[in-house]
Design a protein around this ligand. Structure first.
Ligand SMILES: [Zn+2]
Length: 158
């Protein structure tokens, strides 16, 4: 039996849980911070990490325990989301406000175009009237000249 053996896996799977497990907090003295609960004040009941030497000569290390910052993060996220929503709404309103302007502008353009067309029509009418007038004048002049011509012929013949 030519069964190959796979024995290449050098079992160095020593799981280094660096970063996966929340690292122990250390205060500025280099000591492991201890978790306390706020006993009084407006933040009563909230947990925080502090120097184990507290209250006797502690280094002043202070950090809220996970619960509080998470809440703050959530609140900040909510605020951010609401800000975004407000911004979106404002943009929407601006857009809606902008739209009638655009329509008005378009209407204005159309009105301008209409006015131009009216003006052109007016000019065309005036020109038409002038032309008609000229034609009339021309006709009258022609008629007069013909009458004059006829008179001349009559006079010459006489
Ligand atoms: Zn300390």
């Amino acid at each position: 039996m030519a069964s190959r053996r796979h024995n290449g896996s050098s079992s160095s799977t020593s799981s280094r849980n660096f970063g996966l497990v929340s690292p122990k907090l250390k205060c500025m003295c280099g000591l492991e911070a201890i978790t306390r609960t706020v006993k009084n004040g407006e933040n009563v009941g909230l947990k925080f990490h502090g120097c184990p030497r507290c209250p006797d000569g502690d280094c002043g290390f202070f950090e809220w325990a996970n619960v509080y910052p998470k809440d703050v993060d959530d609140l900040q996220l909510q605020v951010f989301e609401r800000d975004t929503l407000v911004a979106e709404k404002e943009m929407e309103i601006d857009f809606l406000k902008e739209q009638p302007k655009m329509v008005e502008k378009k209407l204005g353009n159309n009105e301008d175009e209409l006015d131009d067309t009216k003006m052109e029509l007016c000019h065309t009418r005036i020109e038409l009237m002038k032309a008609t007038g000229n034609e009339k004048n021309f006709s009258i002049a022609l008629l007069v000249s013909w009458i004059f011509f006829a008179f001349m012929i009559v006079i010459l013949k006489a």
